[in-house]
Structures are given as C-alpha cells and as structure tokens.
Design a protein around this ligand. Structure first.
Ligand code: AMP
Ligand code: ZN
Length: 497
C-alpha cells in the first residue's frame, strides 16, 4: 500500500512498525464552537483511511484529542459569563454527537487536554533537563527552536528564512520569535493548574505530543490533520518528540487539503461559512460523505450546495440498483436457467470492481477512484437488470448487490441499512387490518398486502382491492408492476437509476 508522506513529499510503502498493526493519531478540534464542514472533511478523510486499513486486515488503534483548554474557549466563556469548563463540555458533546451523525467512528482513545496535565508536565521537565526548553521571566516555559538542529524537518523550512509574526506569536519573553510556549503562566480568570513553574496551563503543541507518547507510544505509524497544521503545529510536535525522546513522532505524516465553498476560502466574513450540523440538518450524512469522497483527500475540495443536491441523485441511483438486485434475486430467480453471457459478464464486472476498488484505495486512499469502480459496477448491474429483471440468476444478482454494499461500507456509506428501513413501520398495522397478517417485518407486511390485493382482484372484490391500494398510497408508496410481479416502492423515487 502506498501512502503519501508529506514530510518526504512522496508516496511511500506503508510498512507498519509492528507487523499487522497501525497506530494512528489525528489532531482533534478545539471545542469552542460547532465544527465547520472543513473540519468535517478532515475527520471524514481519516475515518475512511482507518476503515480501509481495517478492511485490509490491520489492527488499527486510533487516538484523537479534544483541545478543551485554549484562548478561544476562554474568550467565549468570558463573553458568555460562564466557565471555560462549561463551554468545553458543551462543544465536546456537540462534536461527539455530530461525528456520530456523520458516521465517523469513535477513536479508540479520546484524551482531553485538561485530563493530561501530568503527562505534559513530565514532557516539559524532560525538555528543560535536556536543554531544549527554558523558563522565561513571566513564568511561561518555551521550547527553544535554536536548540533543535532538526527544526524545520517536517515542513521543510529553514529557521532563518521564516519571518516572525506570521502565525507565530511575537513576545519579548522569548529568546527567538519562533520559540513556542510549552506552558503558559496563568492570567487572572483563566483556568490553571499548579506546576513546578507556577500556576498555568499547557500550550497546544504540547498536548498532542504528550498524549501520543502516553497512549500510543512513539513513534506512531500515521499522524494526520489538515494541511494548515503542518506549520507550526506539527513541526512543533515533532520537534518536541525528537528532543524529548530521541525518536521521531510519526513515520508517515498525512495531511488533508482544505475545503473551499463555491471556489472560495470558507469564512464568516464572506458569508459562506457552514457548520456540519446545519448541513446535516438538511442533507443525509451519506450524501455529504459521497460528495467529499469524490475528491482525493489531499486535493482541495470544492463544496457547493448544487453539487450536494446532485449527490442525492447519485445516492438514489446506488440505492435503487442494490434494491432492484436484491428484489430480483428474491422474486425472479431462475435456479435452473443456464448461465448466459450477461450473467457471466456481470460476474466478471463484480470481480473487476473489487480489484479496481482495492487498487485505487491502495494507492494513497484514492476514494474518488474507488467510487468510480463502484459506479462502473452499478452501470453493469443496471444493464443486467434491464435484460433479466424477470429471470435473474440469484447468486449473480446477490453477489453484485453484496459487493456494492460491502465496498460502500468501507467508505462508511451504509446502503443496506437505508434500504432495509425504507418501508414505513405503519405497513405492519395496515397489513394486520387489511390482509389479516400480523408479521413483524415491513417486507413481509408489504408482501402480505400485495397478495391480499391480488386475491381481492381475482375474486372481483374491487372495493377491497382499491382500499388496499389507497391505504398503501397514503403511506407514500406506490405499487409497481415488474416482470417478477408487483412490489412496493417509495413514491416519487425512480425505481431504476
Ligand atoms: P481546528 O479545530 O481549527 O484545529 O481544526 C480541526 C481540524 O480541521 C484540523 O485538522 C484542521 O487542519 C482541519 N481544518 C480546518 N479548516 C479546514 C478546511 N477548510 N478544510 C479542511 N480541513 C480543515
Ligand atoms: Zn495536534
């Protein structure tokens, strides 16, 4: 498998540090507000990377922090007249909740900065002892970038070419403008903890590094985040690890491209800023995932609502295809029929889709290529159904459906669940009253109603047949006649994509 390592600017073979295992860390959010769709792009990318590594058989351990002490949290707390802890608690919960709604799996370990003070202080003490950090007159502790001959190794920057003031705090207590705070002395009204250097709180760069060391052990296989974190955050993380423990922090550094909206940088002042929550309140998570995964994770992602609307149709096409394959396999299978060319060519398309999907994903997690393999199989399956809707070979149709479901599941798009939950639960009561059949599944209830209607028509009981049809229509369903007999579909939804 090839993984693009941003430290070396090239794709490299993924060789796990421990055979069969991958330890990975993805920088988590600063919990002062709801996350935006740019943050979501990064978290989604690493969710899929993790899922694919698991699909390939790796035993993956993933950690992700919550930055729950930070200037932005403190400022918001002051503005709202509440404590930093309350603000952090609210937005930590909101983050975890929206990740669940987005289908992003929980990390195995989710450390919080405020609970890891001891691990951070241990690391700072080591850095001071080794001459890589110093206590300033104001009680801050700084990392001395000049003490680290490797500083700049990750982002490829030379210290002397960097200009002070650019994303780096200029401060007269520092020996060098690029020195960064490992520990910040407490100001009145700020959350603080006792330390050998007085009351204070940890710096942001210190947090991830100490947590990785504590929970995963250094070096780890993969460290991830958005491209904006390469400098100074990740540069500073790796500098601390190298100087404290004489080992790099990570083997592969992976960075996601930035999300843009309608071709522009997303910003509140441009009025094109969207939280993930507001998007998921209007669109299904699978549609948002599909849109984002159609761009390679390293490329900039162009988000727009018109693209997202288009994705709804794509999702429906995929769902319709799987639904029709499953339906045909159950209702129109011809066990004794001899295999025709179209059976064998669909079977070949299934095998090809699997091969192509894995080849694309093995090449630095090319989800766009992986999706293309899925779409090609969908087209082949639709052609097959056009020819054979009334007489499929069950194993061929089932294999195609299962393959689509399985490959989409690697991308965290769960088709079988949405297909399964498509028919409304009210069908069961309807079936009990009109078909005298009180089953437990909506599929069975649908079948019972269709049978009862057929029987009523055969008996020329038009009143009963019509009342069954009307009651079904009231639930937003239509009766569709197929070569394999009638079936229920959700109204307004194309049966074929
Ligand atoms: P933050 O809370 O700002 O540290 O951001 C959390 C994660 O989202 C980090 O990995 C950032 O690199 C990433 N991120 C921030 N803005 C964007 C964006 N526009 N597109 C993609 N990722 C982003
Ligand atoms: Zn980090």
């Amino acid at each position: 498998m090839l993984v693009y390592n941003s430290q070396h600017h090239k794709k490299e073979e993924l060789i796990p540090i421990e055979p069969g295992k991958i330890r990975m860390y993805v920088c988590g959010p600063t919990v002062y507000d709801h996350i935006h769709i740019g943050n979501a792009r990064t978290f989604l990318s690493f969710d899929v990377i993790r899922r694919y590594l698991q699909y390939k058989g790796f035993d993956v351990t993933m950690a992700q922090n919550l930055t729950d002490v930070d200037d932005k949290i403190i400022n918001r707390a002051h503005e709202e007249g509440r404590s930093s802890a309350e603000v952090a608690e609210e937005y930590s919960n909101a983050f975890i909740d929206i990740m669940h709604r987005f289908g992003v799996e929980d990390p195995d370990i989710r450390p919080r900065a405020t609970q890891e003070i001891e691990a951070m202080q241990d690391m700072i003490l080591t850095l001071i002892q080794k001459g890589h950090a110093y206590v300033a007159a104001n009680g801050d502790v700084y990392f001395s970038v000049r003490s680290d001959k490797n500083y700049g190794v990750l982002s490829g920057r030379e210290l002397d070419q960097l200009r002070a003031g650019e994303r780096v705090e200029v401060n007269e207590d520092k020996r060098d403008p690029f020195d960064f705070a490992l520990w910040k002395s407490a100001k009145p009204g700020e959350p603080s903890w006792p330390s050998p250097w007085g009351e204070g709180r940890p710096g942001w760069h210190t947090e991830c590094c100490a947590m990785i060391h504590r929970y995963l052990g250094t070096p780890i296989d993969i460290h991830g985040g958005g491209q904006d974190l390469v400098f100074p955050h990740h540069e500073n993380e790796t500098a601390q690890a190298m100087c404290a423990w004489d080992a790099p922090l990570a083997h592969a550094w992976m960075h996601t491209g930035m999300l843009r909206v309608d071709g522009e940088k997303m910003s509140k002042s441009l009025g094109n800023f969207y939280t993930l929550k507001e998007v998921l309140d209007k669109y299904p998570a699978d549609a948002v995932r599909l849109l984002m995964l159609q761009t390679h994770y390293r490329a900039p992602l162009d988000f727009s609502f018109s693209r997202l609307d288009g994705t709804l149709g794509t999702l429906e096409r995929l769902r319709g295809c799987v639904r029709n394959l499953m339906w045909a396999a159950q209702n129109s299978a011809q066990p004794t029929r001899e295999l025709t060319n179209s059976d064998t060519s669909l079977a070949a398309a299934v095998a090809q889709a699997r091969t192509d999907f894995v080849a694309q994903m093995d090449d630095d997690f090319n989800t766009a290529g992986g999706l293309a393999a899925i779409f090609t199989l969908t087209t082949a399956a639709n052609t097959y159904l056009d020819q054979h809707m009334g007489s499929v070979v069950a194993s061929v149709a089932t294999d195609a459906a299962n393959t689509l479901v399985e490959l989409l599941d690697v991308l965290g798009i769960n088709l079988s669940e949405s297909i399964h939950n498509e028919l409304p639960a009210e069908l069961i009561t309807l079936s009990a009253s009109l078909a005298n059949y009180a089953g437990t599944s909506t599929d069975e209830a649908a079948q019972a109603l269709l049978n009862a209607r057929q029987q009523a028509r055969a008996e020329k009981n038009w009143a009963l047949a019509d009342s069954i049809r009307d009651a079904i229509a009231e639930l937003g369903l239509t009766i569709e006649d197929t070569a394999a007999g009638p079936r229920l579909t959700v109204k307004g939804r194309a049966a074929r994509g």
